[in-house]
Design a protein around this ligand. Structure first.
Ligand code: SF4
Length: 424
């Protein structure tokens, strides 16, 4: 449902299974003095990035045929109490990795977190506040799907501290919603946005385009309906057939390349006309309404992920750690009870840092300031000079002393541009 789940892995990743969390490391003012004792290849981060918290809720009413997220059909009921207890224990065990660091943003994603009861969500938020210091203006987003919207429940979510909703509308057209296997119809989609608007001043609508047999006019109508609600943020995704989904096995009739390109052009033009700035491949925002949580991913910030299948990226003065938790909800809850929810853990190698950084930041249309590279990777920018020069020569990248960003051409051939940094 959200693009941020894709940022953590590279084709080159070789995880180290079964490793346990590392002991506590603080950022020390003596980092420079300690440098001479560093192992060859160690990093030197002068400051730690902002830290976000991701909480995964792994159940949905029904599995959508295009979905490759870690989501599982409820089939009757789900063990809310047991899962909440596991989340708390998981977080408690992760604390030594992030002692003293404040939480910049929180994202409760899934799955369908809005299946959680109001009391359950309140307990989760109270556990988080007890265990972690939150920044005063912490953005706290929850994903919600139409078909699970009840006014009282959402009022209660707001009272528990959720201050931003991300709603998986996907389409306002009943026929397309059916083709996507969604549990809601067009009326429920509109009702969900109405309820969100009543209780939340900050919300995002997820919309997909290039849907099975969708015409340009139908895509335009979907976007116009969304714009009529004046959402602060829009995520506009091109439907893609992901491996290991029902759509990959039985592909529906999709618009051809030319038709898809026309729809994508219309989406870009119309959203800009309506005052939405496109700041990432699929993310559009009114001024001042960018998603701070997602931005932290794209700026190669840190995140601690708890819950089934959640990923973490945590920086220390001289290394960057990646973790993945057990994916199946049952296996995850058992692993938490056994004191080891992390299934895979590894340190990023110095040689991987440039690609990992660029994989994320090149998604941003405005790019990044060169000093962010040194701050987040612990390397000098000339570590990726060869690839920067090559990308610039091909017209894929613009760079000066203040900014490095993909050109229009680079945005169009983003995969190729990112790959250049893998080879560097
Ligand atoms: S509701 Fe979202 S997470 Fe759940 S199956 Fe559908 S696309 Fe996947």
């Amino acid at each position: 449902m959200i693009p941020i789940k894709l940022v953590g892995s590279t084709a080159k990743s070789a995880a180290k299974p079964g490793a346990s969390p590392a002991p506590q490391e603080g950022i020390s003012g003596a980092a420079g003095a300690a440098l001479k004792y560093l192992q060859p290849g160690a990093l030197n981060l002068t400051a730690l990035p902002p830290l976000s918290l991701y909480i995964h809720f792994p159940w949905c009413v029904k599995k959508c045929p295009y979905c490759d997220f870690n989501s599982h059909e409820v089939r009757g009921s789900f063990p809310e109490e047991q899962y909440l207890a596991a989340l708390r224990l998981d977080l408690e065990m992760a604390l030594p990795l992030i002692w003293g660091r404040k939480i910049h943003t929180i994202f409760i994603g899934g799955g369908t977190p809005s299946l959680m009861s109001a009391a359950g969500l309140d307990r989760l938020m109270s556990d988080v506040r007890t265990l972690l210091p939150l920044e005063p203006d912490c953005e706290i987003t929850m994903e919600a799907n139409p078909g699970t919207f009840e006014t009282e429940k959402f009022k209660s979510y707001r009272a528990s501290g959720i201050n931003r909703l991300s709603i998986g509308i996907q389409s306002f057209n009943g026929r397309h919603l059916q083709a996507l296997g969604r549990i809601h119809d067009d009326n429920e989609a509109r009702r969900a946005v109405d309820i969100a608007q009543t209780h939340f001043d900050n919300f995002n609508l997820d919309l997909m385009y290039a849907l099975p047999s969708q015409t340009l006019d139908e895509a335009r109508q979907d976007l116009e309906t969304a714009l009529a609600f004046a959402p602060p943020h829009l995520s506009l995704y091109h439907l893609t057939l992901e491996p290991n989904t029902l759509f990959a096995k039985y592909p529906p009739a999709l618009p051809d390349d030319d038709e898809s390109a026309d729809i994508a052009d219309m989406v870009a033009e119309r959203s800009a006309q309506a005052g939405y700035g496109r700041y990432e491949v699929s993310a559009y925002a009114q001024p001042g309404r960018r998603a701070r949580h997602n931005l932290n991913y794209w700026e190669f910030g840190d995140y601690i992920g708890i819950g089934a299948g959640a990923h973490s990226k945590i920086s220390f003065p001289h290394r960057v750690l990646r973790q993945a938790r057990y994916k199946q909800p049952k296996a995850y809850m058992e692993a938490v009870q056994a004191g080891a929810p992390v299934q895979e853990e590894r340190e990023l190698a110095r040689e991987e840092m440039g690609f990992e950084f660029m994989l994320n930041t090149l998604r941003l249309t405005g790019g990044f300031a060169p000093n962010l590279f040194a701050e987040r990777t612990g390397l000098a920018i000339n570590a990726i000079d060869k690839a920067l020069n090559a990308a610039e020569a091909k017209g894929l990248l613009y760079r000066d002393h203040q900014i490095i960003r993909p050109t229009q051409l680079g945005q169009h051939f983003l995969n190729d541009l990112q790959q250049m940094f893998l080879e560097d």
